[in-house]
Design a binder for this molecule. Sequence first.
Ligand code: 5GP
Length: 194
Amino acid sequence: MKLLKEKVLNEGIVLSDQVLKVDSFLNHQMDPILMKEVGREFTRRFEGEEITRVLTIESSGIAPGIMTALELEVPLIFARKQKSLTLREDILVEKVYSFTKQESNEITVAKKFMKPGDRVLIIDDFLANGEAAFGLARIVEQAGAEVVGIGIVIEKAFQPGGKLLKEKGYRVESLVRLAALKDGKVTFAEEEVN
Ligand code: 5GP
C-alpha cells in the first residue's frame, strides 16, 4: 500500500532495531483517511470469504479493525486486556505476552459475541512474534468459530510471527512488510519495493 509505505517512511520513528514508533498516524494520533484505505484494502484482499466478524485487540487494533468492519458491514469485537481474572463462565480467555510491554496479559472476549459458525477476520496494527495474533486465533477456536485470516497493517518480517502463523496454516495478509530497522532507517521487504 503506497500511502501506508509513505507514512511509514516519512513519519515512522525507529526506536531500536526492534521497535518502530508510528504515533502520528496509528498508535496515538490516528489518520482516518489512511485507516479508511486500510479497511478497503483488507476487504479487497479477503473478498469472497463471507466474514461475519472482525476481531482485534485493544487499543491500537481498533482503528484498522473498525474501518475494515465498516467496509465489510459486520461487527468489530476488540479483545480486552486484563491483568488477572477470576474464572468466569461467560468469557473466553487466553494469555498473551505483550511485545511492547514485556508482560503477560489475559485477553478476553464475551462468549455472546462469538459463536460456532462465525467466520472471523483477525486484524492487528503490528506483527512481531505473533503472540497477539495466536492469542486471538485461540479465542476464535475456543468459540468454535473459524479464523478466515489475519490482516496486519505493519509486519516486521525480520521477526518470526508471520512465518509461525503461516506454518500453522493461517492466511496472513500484511499491508507493508519491513525487512529491517537499522541505524534509524526503515527497509521494506523485497516484494514491497517499488
Ligand atoms: P506480537 O504479539 O506479534 O509479538 O506483537 C504485536 C503486538 O505488539 C501488536 O499488537 C503491537 O501493538 C505491538 N508491537 C509489536 N511490535 C511493535 C512495534 O515495532 N511498534 C509498535 N508501535 N507496536 C508494536
